[in-house]
Design a protein around this ligand. Structure first.
Ligand code: CAA
Ligand code: NAD
Length: 286
């Protein structure tokens, strides 16, 4: 797989783009508007510059990596790709529309179309794509350049060869460590993580403790790299909410249901770190 396409250049799409391009892959990123494409390009460049500043890559690596990436708003630019990773917003209708359109335009019979969805059923995306055997979930973790894990999620209709091709791609080409999960909303990690994050939000909403003390409790008491409210801010509160909604729809488990405070924050545009404000404020340089 030498030619990749990434749909969506937000938090995850830009990170996955960096991972692919650093692995030597020609990568096309498709965004919805010129502004969003420019923001995606700035995110990838900023991350590479930080890596260079820390001595992890050379200036030549940075230049060569950026030369492998094209940012566009034209979905047709994905036609000649060997692999397309969909990393658009966590919205089922958006993803169904993309799988329908991209499934129809891929030129190579064996091109693989995967979703980075956190919780939307893979089988539904395969069904509308017209190439269900070549569709599966490939779930990266945030920040994608740092986190080693990738969840591989074959659906009922994924061909075994597709799973094996993606396993060898993420392991050998991208240097990640895969685990395999079944096609249930939340897969392995979010099934454990999201009820924990939602419980922390409920705790904060009920006035148990300050955000800082809830987070310090888990960092200092349990050795987590960051507390649950800071982690929800890092993921994006719209995304946390959308994952909770999908998981609740599937299992009707009250712990998966987003608390009212999370709804209100998303409605107010307080989406966490990417918006500059969530449970914490993120000023310039913080
Ligand atoms: N892009 C690239 N590299 C990054 C980065 C980014 N966005 N953020 C941090 N890094 C790198 C830094 O360059 C640094 O690398 P070196 O040590 O090699 O120099 C390293 O990561 C550590 O960074 P910092 O020292 O700046 O900060 P930190 O030690 O506080 O670590 C963190 C930051 C990696 C985010 C850490 O706090 C952490 O692991 N947090 C938990 C993240 C987590 O749980 N992610 C999963 C979210 S759930 C999910 O992704 C699934 C879903 O569907 C929602
Ligand atoms: P984000 O909000 O940061 O970015 C989403 C991007 O998708 C935006 O830039 C938006 O313009 C773009 N987009 C929306 N519709 C599009 C379309 N039709 N065509 C092209 N681009 C489109 O979201 P994110 O955090 O990057 O999440 C993306 C996906 O990755 C979601 O499915 C999410 O569940 C999943 N995910 C998120 C995390 C996380 O921690 N944020 C971790 C793993 C997986």
């Amino acid at each position: 797989m030498q030619k990749a396409g990434i749909i969506g250049g937000g938090l995850m799409g830009s990170g996955i783009t960096e991972v692919c391009a650093r692995a030597g892959i020609d990568t096309v990123v498709v965004e919805v508007t010129e502004e969003a494409a420019a923001a995606a390009a700035a995110r990838v460049r900023g991350s590479l510059e930080r890596a260079q500043g820390r001595g992890k890559i050379t200036e030549q690596d940075l230049t060569a990596t950026l030369e492998r990436i094209t940012f566009t708003t034209d979905l047709e630019a994905l036609a000649d790709r060997d692999l397309v990773v969909e990393a658009a917003s966590e919205n089922e209708q958006v993803k169904l529309d993309l799988f329908r359109r991209v499934g129809a335009l891929l030129e190579k019979d064996d091109a693989v179309l995967v979703s980075n969805t956190s919780s939307i059923p893979i089988v539904k995306l395969g069904a509308v794509s017209g190439r269900a055997g070549h569709v599966m979930g490939v779930h990266f973790f945030n920040p994608a350049p740092v986190m080693k894990l990738v969840e591989l999620i074959p659906s009922l209709t994924t061909a075994p060869e597709t799973l094996e091709r993606m396993r060898s791609f993420v392991t050998e080409t991208l240097g990640k460590e895969p685990i395999e999960a079944t096609d249930r909303a939340g897969f392995v990690v979010n099934s454990l993580l999201v009820p924990y994050l939602l419980s922390a939000i409920r705790m904060y909403e009920a006035g148990y403790a300050s955000a800082k003390d809830i987070d310090s409790g888990m960092v200092l008491g349990c050795g987590h790299p960051m507390g649950p409210l800071a982690l929800a801010d890092l993921i994006g509160l719209d995304t946390v909410r959308a994952i909770g909604v999908s998981m609740y729809e599937e299992f009707k488990e009250p712990l998966y249901s987003p608390p009212p405070l999370l709804d209100r924050m998303v409605e107010a545009g307080l989406l966490g770190k990417k918006a500059g404000q969530g449970f914490y404020s993120y000023g310039e340089g913080r």
